[in-house]
Design a protein around this ligand. Structure first.
Ligand code: UT7
Length: 329
């Protein structure tokens, strides 16, 4: 039993819809620029919903769909790069909210690739005998947006997705990679060293990454774009090779939802028809690690997945991180 069975999925997005026209009242941009360059038409921004609140709603939905109670969950992995607290971790807070007293709980940060990394870690625990693992991917990206920087603030949105997974005897394979040499391309800074003890706090020897953006997202969009197209093609090809199938045998590919142009370019490069790709970036923008489980939840809710369908999940993000998993629904 080394496959993974997604027994249930759930999602939460804030009700506050912010259109491209709304964004054009905040920064110098237009619906035409955003939709042509990214495919994004609107996104959801939290009106105060915390990360754990959104994650807990998605988790409860996933548990209901899987018909699993809180007490039956053995492990919770939360993926987030926008937590409410440094500690307690998001997974522990969700544990308290959903009454999963028998679980051990921890957070995993691989930015937008977080859900795929978490799925792979969970698969290993399931193969070793755990019964029910909850993955909660929740992101309040709006906290990290500089609403004076039009090149980043129009791209992101807030949301949470969750899945309950169990072991199965179906197909599963993954391909996970990181490229820390290019970490500078996409950065959001945490706390700085306190000035009172620093003798030479501007010394680049101590920090060669982003120093001056506060906690806002700083991104070299072109670098990330080029990386993303190559990384997604490599990762899905690698995961299929490890599963000993051809990419053409996948019924559906669910990519990280950063930009429709990136998805189309990667599909073209990999020789995959867009009919086999699910995209909802137009409605939500980039919700980092929450994108893929939200896609799964939408697809499940719409009855678009049949048991036995071969799915490819593929993502990329800050780190830089990237990876793919192929599995049977
Ligand atoms: O999870 C990973 C997250 N990151 C990503 O996925 C980002 C990957 N990168 C991208 O998606 C694209 O690089 C962007 C969408 C960010 C940018 O698209 P681009 O085609 O690479 O545009 P650009 O950066 O070359 O900018 C072209 C022009 C510039 O003006 P000038 O210098 O040509 O006069 C920008 O200042 O577009 C301008 N621009 C904008 N104009 C209107 C940048 N942002 C905006 C905006 N509205 N929001």
């Amino acid at each position: 039993m080394s496959g993974v069975f997604i027994a249930g999925s759930g999602m939460y997005v804030p009700s506050n819809i912010v259109t491209n026209d709304d964004m054009s009242k905040i920064v110098e941009t237009s619906d035409e620029w955003i939709s042509q360059r990214t495919g994004i038409r609107e996104r959801r921004f939290s009106q105060g919903e915390s990360n754990y609140f959104m994650g807990s709603v998605a988790a409860r939905q996933a548990m209901d769909a899987a018909e699993v109670t809180g007490k039956e969950i053995d492990m919770i992995i939360a993926t987030t790069c926008t937590p409410d607290y440094f500690y307690p971790n998001l997974a522990c807070i969700v544990q308290g909210e959903i009454g999963a007293g028998n679980a051990f709980c921890w957070d995993l940060n691989a930015a937008c690739t977080g859900f795929i990394y978490a799925l792979d870690v969970a698969q290993h625990y399931l193969a070793m005998g755990k019964k029910n693992v909850l993955i909660v991917s929740s992101e309040v990206m709006s906290k990290q947006l500089d609403f004076t920087d039009r090149s980043t603030c129009v791209l992101f949105g807030d949301g949470a997705g969750a899945v309950v997974i169990k072991a199965s005897d179906g197909m599963y394979a993954s391909y996970l990679k990181s490229d820390g040499g290019n970490a500078k391309s996409l950065v959001s800074r945490a706390l700085k060293t306190q000035g009172m003890f620093a003798t030479d706090k501007d010394n680049p020897k101590y920090n060669k990454y982003e120093e001056n953006s506060g906690h806002f997202i700083k991104m070299d969009g072109k670098d990330v774009y080029r990386f993303a197209v190559k990384a997604m093609t490599e990762a899905i090809g690698g995961a299929c090779k490890n599963a000993e199938i051809d990419v053409s045998q996948l019924d559906l590919i669910i990519p990280h939802q950063a930009n429709l142009r990136i998805i189309e370019a990667a599909a073209k490069r990999g020789g995959v028809s867009m009919d086999k790709i699910y995209a909802n970036v137009s409605k939500y923008g980039n919700m980092s690690s929450a994108c893929i489980p939200i896609c799964l939840s939408e697809l499940q809710e719409a009855g678009r997945l049949k048991r036995g369908d071969k799915l490819g999940l593929v993502g990329f993000g800050a780190g830089l991180t990237y990876g793919a998993a192929v599995l049977e629904w």
